[in-house]
Structure formats: C-alpha cells, structure tokens
Design a binder for this molecule. Sequence first.
Ligand SMILES: Cc1cc2nc3c(=O)[nH]c(=O)nc-3n(C[C@H](O)[C@H](O)[C@H](O)COP(=O)(O)OP(=O)(O)OC[C@H]3O[C@@H](n4cnc5c(N)ncnc54)[C@H](O)[C@@H]3O)c2cc1C
Length: 479
Amino acid sequence: METGRPSSRSSNAVVVLGAGPAGLGTALGVSLSGAGRPVWVIEKKTVPGGLAGSFSWKGHRVDFGPHRLSPNLKNIRVLAKELLGPDCLVNKSQHGVQFHGRLYQFPPRVVDWVSPASLWEIVAFAGSFLASKLAWIVRRFEREDFESTVVSSFGRRFYDTIVAPMAEKVWIEPRRIDPAFVEQRFALVHPMVVLKKALFPHQDLNPSIFYYPRKGFQQLWDNMADYLERRGQKVIYEALPTGIEVSRDRVVAVDYEVGGRSERLSGEGLDLVSTIPIVKLLEILRGFDAGPLLEKARGAKFRSMFLVALEFEGPRALPYRTLIFPEKEFWFNRLFEQNAYSRETVEPGKSLVVADVTYPRGGEEGKLSDEEIVRRVREDLRRLPYVDEARVTAARVERVEFAYVVPDLESRRAFHEIHHGLKKIHNLHLTGRFSAGEYDNSDYAVDHGLALGAALAGRISQLEYLFVQHEKRDRNIVG
Ligand SMILES: Cc1cc2nc3c(=O)[nH]c(=O)nc-3n(C[C@H](O)[C@H](O)[C@H](O)COP(=O)(O)OP(=O)(O)OC[C@H]3O[C@@H](n4cnc5c(N)ncnc54)[C@H](O)[C@@H]3O)c2cc1C
C-alpha cells in the first residue's frame, strides 16, 4: 500500500479505537489470552477511561458523574483487586431520593417513613402496586409499551411520580422508550426485589456494596493501560483515526493522526474493534458504501451532559453520597459528593459536589454559557434545606458530548440495522456504549471486551462469544 505516510505493518494485529472501559477490556482480553497478537489502542484524549474516567480541577480528582464499580461479575472482582491492590476500596451505597419536598434514603430506612406524610406515601404506592397487579390479570394479553410495562410491574403511582418525569429528564418522552429497557434498568428497584433484599441481604441481590479506586475512578483505567503497556501492547493517546480502508469486505488499513503526523496500521490478519461513537466510525470508512448506514446513525438519539463541580468549604456537604432528583422542578438529575467516594480525591478541609444535567445532543441547551449553567444549579441548591449553598467557594462546568444512548425504539432499531449492515465487514467488531448502542455500565463494558478479546485470540469460539453478546443484553444494570 503506497500512501506516502509512515506505515506500521503488524501482522495479526488487533487495532482498537477508543481507550474507554470497552476498548481497554478488549485489549486486555486479547493480551491475557496469550495468543501473542499485538494490540494497538488509538485514543483521542490524553488519558484512558472515557466517560468512566475523572478530570482534575484545583487539586481535586472528579469523576464524570457518580461511578461505582459493581463487584457482581467475577471477572471484574478479580481484575479490580489485581489492578488496584490495597487501593480497591469497598464502599456501601448511600442514596437519597428527593421526593415531594422530602429526602428519603434508598434502600429505604424505617425512620424516614415515620411521619404521617410518609406513611401516606407508603399506603399510596402499595395500593397502586396491588391495583396494577389486579389490572394485569385483565390486560396481560394487550400489547405492551414502556408505560404499561412499568405500570404493571411497579404501579401507576410509581410511573407517574418517579419514572415518567425522571425518564423525560434523563432520556426522552417516556412513551417512546423500548419496553425491554424496563427489565434491564429498573429490575433492581422492583418492590419485590427491594423486599427480598431487605429480608435476605445477599450480594447477588444486593447491589449496595461497590468497589471504588482510592484515587478516583480514573485510577482503574490508568492502571489497566499501564498493565497493557507492560505486556508490550501500545496505547496511543491524542491520536485521531482519519480513515479505515476496506477492501473485499475486510478492513485492510487504519489511518490516524498523532502529533501532527499521519500514520497507518496495516498487515495480514488485522482485526479492527471500534468502541467510538458509531457516527464517527461510519464517517471514516473508505471502500465501503456507508451512506445509508450513516443516515440511520444520524437518526439515532444521544444525550449530552453538563457536569457542574462545586467546591465547598468544610469536609462534608451532602447527607448521602448520591442524591437523586426525579422531579422536573429540579434542573439537575443527581448530585454526588466526590469526597464521600474516596476522601483522597478531594483536598483536605474541602468537599466537592457534582450536579449532572442531561439534554439532547445538538440541542439548544448546549449553547448555554458556563455562568448561566452554574447560576441555575446554585439556584436549585438554595432550595434544599440540607445543603449550605453559601459554603460554595468555586465552580466549574465540564461538557460531555456523548453521555447516553437514548433507549427509544427508533434509536435501538437504528443500531440494530447498522450492526447488521456492518457484519459484511468480516474483521470489524463493534462493542461499547456508543458503538454498540447498549445501555451498559463499565463493568459490563470491560467484561464484554474481555470476551471479545478472548474470541479474537481464538481462546473462545465465535459461538461462545455470540452467547456472551446476547446474555449481556439481558443483564440488569447496577449503578
Ligand atoms: C452519569 C453517569 C453515571 C454512570 N455511573 C456508572 C456507575 O456507577 N458504574 C459504572 O460502572 N458505569 C457507570 N456509567 C457508565 C460508564 O461510564 C460507561 O458504561 C462506560 O464509560 C462505557 O465505556 P465505553 O468504553 O463503551 O465508552 P466510553 O467510556 O465513552 O469510551 C470511549 C473512548 O473512545 C474515545 N473516543 C471517542 N471518539 C474517538 C475517536 N474519534 N477517536 C479515538 N478515540 C475516541 C473516548 O475518548 C473514550 O476514551 C455511568 C455513566 C454516566 C454518564
């Protein structure tokens, strides 16, 4: 291939686009399988970890939203302990839910409910739950949508007061959401599961224990990237893929730019794994008619996110680690306190709270100035009796372009069709949140990457890998 650019011919190489959890997991899967295939990871940022990483500000280490590593998967437990050693903290969940002017702990605490208003809420939720079960007997053969699925599982009141406003804030108008998403996202807050957890606290049922790296979530990905490099694999930062050449239904070369230079990776037996947003991948495919798929990808919906980090005077700022705000009267979806995850991520004597706000990618909200965003968040904070907003000493806004794939039927169909179309390129593999379009957490992203890596290394069969892929779609999300 004569292109005039420096070319690294590496036979049998696996090229991975993106060094987030999915990309690093895949690279690790190939590497640990011991097949000797060289791996090149191409990452556009200066650090690994993607959305599950952290940013630095004023001596603090801040995660992109509240991140907990679920230890429910054996692979993840082992990896976290291996990579973090004594820096693998084991924390207990402490969530609060702000609802009807009051803060409740979740999982529920009896003491929160001993007021007439709270007792009324219990009776109303329980009554609505039982009514929905009776109604289900009559309606069970009707066609289900998101609303009817939630109502039949949780009751009308839970849908109207919590799920519908929260879904609209975080994702989209709820009626458009894929009903299958209910099982994946809400299975762990189902009334029966909560009751079972309270009576039989076992880790499989109880997602309240989580792992957290002492120096912030970023530490896990830094250590993973170091581990790969020590095994001779390459992670190239500040590198942007510019072209993927396809010939006879195979990827034959990957072009990228790094430090103002153009580079090319090619060679016999190459495999390409993409974890970058699907639109970005389709835009750089050459020698393959990606036009129709690109049109579908542009129709898929994503949510962007503002993160507003607020430094507070004093060692604690919130009553619980994470507070959830399902109601529309609050602009933000959540508040989390970084130092409550690990004290060592925030300067002594200070605390750090982060508010997250999501909006449609490309939407008008994206044009708001940092000052306006901070103003709105601080205005909401002043309405909370348990937060002393006057103690805020500094604020900073971080913008994330790709935060969520909207779980609506249209976007899910678009991803499905794109994947089917791209199967024609035999050595191209898609995994990760914005490439495969799956609503997963970092533990699943890594676990899936490990399986893909093992398949690419020939350690598990394609059939076994297919099983992992399908099984993963049915897993519940913890976190
Ligand atoms: C608010 C919030 C809370 C969350 N909470 C949790 C939690 O508690 N626990 C949990 O486990 N997970 C949580 N997650 C989910 C977790 O962040 C994701 O599952 C995980 O980051 C997905 O990994 P990924 O590798 O698929 O994608 P990403 O993390 O997006 O990684 C993709 C990588 O590709 C790079 N990239 C993008 N475009 C290009 C390009 N053109 N060229 C080269 N590189 C590129 C990016 O820089 C990034 O490094 C949360 C997410 C959010 C938004």
